[in-house]
Design a protein around this ligand. Sequence first.
Ligand code: ADP
Ligand code: ASP
Ligand code: MG
Length: 415
Amino acid sequence: MLIANQGITVQKYGGSSLSSPEKICRVARKIAGLRSTGRPVVVVVSATGNTTSELVGRAKRVSSTPSRRELDMLLSSGERVSMALLAMAIQEEGREAISLTGPQSGIVTDSTHANATIREVRPDRVLRELDAGRVVIVAGYQGASPEGEVTTLGRGGSDTTAVALAGALEAEVCEIYSDVDGVYTADPRNVENVRHLSRVDSAVMTEYARRGAGVLHAPCLDLARREGIAVRAGATFGGDARTWISCGAELEYTGLDEGGSPRIAGVASRGRCIRVHATRGGARSRGAIVEALRRHNVVPESLRPDDDRVDVLIGTEEAPDAEGLLADIRRRLDGVAVVSDSLASVSVVASKHGDRDELADRVDDVLRRVGADTFSRHDRPLSITRSVAAEQRLPAILALHEALVESHAAVLAAR
Ligand code: ADP
Ligand code: ASP
Ligand code: MG
């Protein structure tokens, strides 16, 4: 009889946690320790270190426009190396373990190479292996289309594999481990005085990830919300700090001061964006832009059906082939839209509560003060985004964080 689904632990380890044989062995010891408590364990892994980027580089050395299908075949191999090495290391610890590719684990996606969406998870094989007492190691970031073609889920996609499996295995929590002990008010690599967030609402976190907080893959948060799974983000090695991401979780941090301002989750940024800006309004230019982007599997989320004005900003990380997209839309949209690719975006992501217009004014004030010219404005219910010149990105992040997060912390402390 198959084991009861309740009580299955689903963990995901990112590439930086597996970047050397020593780290793989440390992760294996951690998993073997957990397994010794009797809990069934499923572990999703990413490619080691920078493997995925190196594989993209290798493809570009043999072809300037690599076929998306072959690129998926190539890139999916990175996670397969990790899964086999981790399974061996766990076996070395005296525990039974088996590695499975995405398709073997029953991850069924649509047919969109390089940016596929998980449609279904058929966990029978995983459950059989758990039932046989094995730790199951799953290659993240990949699946197979209904036609049996290997697909990948977009950069950072292993997080989404983990949440999808947690959903299919009816786990209540999905544990995501990386080199950072949770979510902060900005990327700790850019900003010194970041504040740790111990809980974040999943809709707010989805927005934070979409606007560039690279700590989690945005689609995994959408999925977690739909499946009612809490995501716990923490560091692989050391440190007990964690961030819980779940539906309805209130930020314990109050963000801006009184007066009904929204609570700030943080400042996010995307280093390189493509801006497509219609030179004339109307349904025809709008249709041409949407069609050109869709050909590249990019969904222009900032377009609203009733909005005649077309001005979209796409992070190059969201586009499976940013250079191809750029060349193609420049050609197709000549005379319809201005296409620029030298911009960065900075965003302030906030909770649902409070006055968003007031927050937008504050963001504009800060950017003006720091001398960062704003090229376009893209406001959404949970975020205020401005495109700025690439060289203004870091000063803008620092100034926004200082004004909207750090100075408020000082106000709180003084009370
Ligand atoms: P993994 O390879 O384990 O998936 P990632 O590199 O994708 O890990 O994510 C962890 C990184 O996310 C951290 O090293 C950190 O620099 C970055 N990061 C960006 N924004 C944030 C944020 N707001 N909070 C925490 N980490 C962030
Ligand atoms: N290895 C893939 C990447 O680097 C997927 C992941 O890390 O989640 O994007
Ligand atoms: Mg990641």
